[in-house]
Design a protein around this ligand. Sequence first.
Ligand code: SF4
Ligand code: SF4
Length: 319
Amino acid sequence: MVKRLSLDNISKFYALVAAEYTVYSPSQKGGLVSLEPKKYFDRYSLFKFQTIMPPKKVLLENVYDLESNPKEQKLAFFGIHLCDVKAIATMDRIFAKDPFYRAKRDDSLIVATGCQPTESCFCHVFGANKHQGFDLFIQEEHDGMFTVFAKSAKGVELLQKSKGKILMSASYQPIGQNQNEIDLSELTDAVENRRLFEQHWQGIANNCFGCGACTAVCPLCFCFDTIDRTDPEGGNCHRSRTDDACFFANFSKISNHDFRPENVDRLYNWYHHKFVRGPKENGDFLCVGCGRCITACPANLNIIRILSAIDNVFDRATN
Ligand code: SF4
Ligand code: SF4
């Protein structure tokens, strides 16, 4: 189903969604735009630029007691972009058996919208600019009206209740893309071949602070730590889950042995997970080209330049 809605009716449509779901939508907070629970539509709800954090900040929240029963929730993500929608689809596969993830995701609703690419985006490289994976998509038209596409049964049910004209046909505007390109055809082989790029990785690691900012904002970084808290006086024990980062020095330490003792080992592991283990284990790269890691990095490290350089060297070495 497709409908044409005015801005006023989009605002009312938001209220319809909020009557049924806890809605997370881009919101202005402390001078930044972040994904926050919000009951009412405002000018940030269909924000064209990226939120600081992706939806994982809601779907993968820390769990205080892993033995407890997860509470089923009805969450809606309103106004998220297609790269974040694709990241959710990948997380759905990875966390398919995780009851705490499923309790938040199973009844959730995704209302996506278009975006404005920045110089850090490269979502088209991973096909993360395709119109798929959402329940509803809201497209702003040049005349100030909005076209709303419903793709799932729950999306259709909600859109039926909204005021607007049903359209017999409508098409998606292509999502704009910039010039950033990476050749994916040999990327996995190139990243896997650590020996060929030892100096390259070392050079990058020399400039990396190991701060983990890139992992915090990445929609497809989900390292966590489990912590046991015991009660010597016989009370309940708790096993909790808190987010962590493979960039942190103690992340790979087990029984006093550090499997990745140097910063270069941890940096390489991040790329290896995203571009080698990700496609092999999950059928897709653990990157959607959102560019958040570029924006967040205090050392100005740039994943596009790093991957392109590897691609080029690998190409020259093997051809
Ligand atoms: S690795 Fe960087 S560009 Fe890729 S999804 Fe994560 S934050 Fe976005
Ligand atoms: S944000 Fe930059 S400096 Fe910090 S860990 Fe990531 S790559 Fe290194």
